[in-house]
Design a protein around this ligand. Structure first.
Ligand SMILES: [Mn+2]
Length: 334
């Protein structure tokens, strides 16, 4: 049990007990740690007889996330609700206020207490109460410990939501962040939710034909630079349109992650021209000590982690490709 949680749990519980109307949200482009943590928290608060509203935030929840309670998520962003109606906002898995909403700088009314619960190392703590511990591989695993401290009883729906958050944020228990503790927590959750494999199956096998087409097009466009150590795939807006590939077909696919699997592709870059002068850049590396891709991302105006980062470039696809190659060459001395 983390010291931070031991300290913060009583303070968090006190605020929850005081609150009459509690708000929860999912972060933009939500992943299962965001959605699963928010749903688990909603069930936990309802166990304490609290009135809770969970909004989807800026993005729609992917259809493949068939988690318990997902149908009750309100399809509104933070800017579309009257935040003055809520006296407590529990903000989960969101490293900065950008993750509350990208659309406008979110304003928190004075009567609304904010509690930030997160595992991102970059989180500076922008809530009244901050429960941030980057030793946890997932917000969902942090919540498992927090719920224990708060006396919340695990049930099937809480357990399955927490399980999906932990499973995904650890890459299916494959990332270095996964530990023996993670597996123990997962085992206890799985005992409450023995149907976890069905939810994983649906999440990982809900592709459209266009999803595969996108991967095919992207993977057949690979170009190598810097003696083969820098690999870049690029897909144009024109190709997306001609093949009827929509954002929801490719939003869950990270091409740079697939490129990274090739021995020798030390720095892997996926470029997608989402629209005119709007190029998404995905960055991955096999060796984050030698090639910290967060530095490349920052140089391109984005951000992220050492081994996984990204940026957005407001230029044409060919200009973006040139810029990435030039910036990487300067940065890494290939
Ligand atoms: Mn997370």
């Amino acid at each position: 049990m983390s010291e931070i949680i031991k300290q913060q749990a009583p303070l968090i519980l006190a605020e929850i007990k005081k609150a009459k109307n509690i708000l929860l949200h999912c972060h933009p482009k939500p992943d299962p740690d965001s959605v699963g943590s928010a749903l688990a928290m909603k069930f936990a608060l309802e166990q304490l007889n609290k009135k809770v509203t969970l909004i989807q935030g800026d993005s729609e929840i992917p259809k493949a996330f068939v988690f318990p309670g997902v149908e009750a998520i309100v399809k509104k962003s933070y800017g579309e609700i009257d935040s003055t109606q809520f006296d407590l906002f529990i903000i989960l898995d969101s490293g900065s206020t950008d993750m509350v909403s990208f659309r406008a700088n979110p304003v928190f009314p004075e009567n609304m207490v904010t509690i930030v619960i997160d595992h991102h190392a970059s989180n500076k703590g922008y809530g009244k109460i901050n429960c941030i511990d980057s030793n946890y591989p997932a917000t969902a695993q942090l919540l498992f410990d927090l719920f224990k401290e708060m006396g919340i009883k695990l049930n099937h729906d809480i357990a399955l939501n927490l399980f999906m958050g932990i499973y995904t944020d650890t890459g299916g228990f494959k990332y270095r962040s996964a530990t023996a503790d993670t597996l123990e927590v997962a085992a206890e959750l799985a005992r409450h939710a023995p149907d976890f494999t069905e939810t994983i199956f649906t999440m990982e096998n809900s592709n459209t034909k266009e999803t595969l087409l996108y991967q095919g097009l992207a993977l057949s466009s690979i170009q190598e630079f810097c003696g083969g150590r820098l690999a870049i795939s690029a897909i144009s807006y024109d190709q997306l349109q001609k093949n009827n590939i929509k954002e929801e077909d490719y939003s869950g696919i990270t091409i740079s992650n697939i490129l990274k699997s090739v021995v020798g592709f030390d720095v892997a870059v996926g470029l997608v021209e989402r629209g005119p002068l709007n190029v998404g850049v995905g960055l991955r590396t096999r060796d984050s000590e030698k090639y910290d891709v967060s530095k490349l991302a920052v140089a391109l105006g984005g951000g992220g982690h050492k081994s996984a980062a990204g940026a957005k470039l407001k230029m044409s696809l060919s200009e973006a490709l040139e810029k990435v190659v030039k910036t990487a060459e300067e940065l890494y001395n290939f």
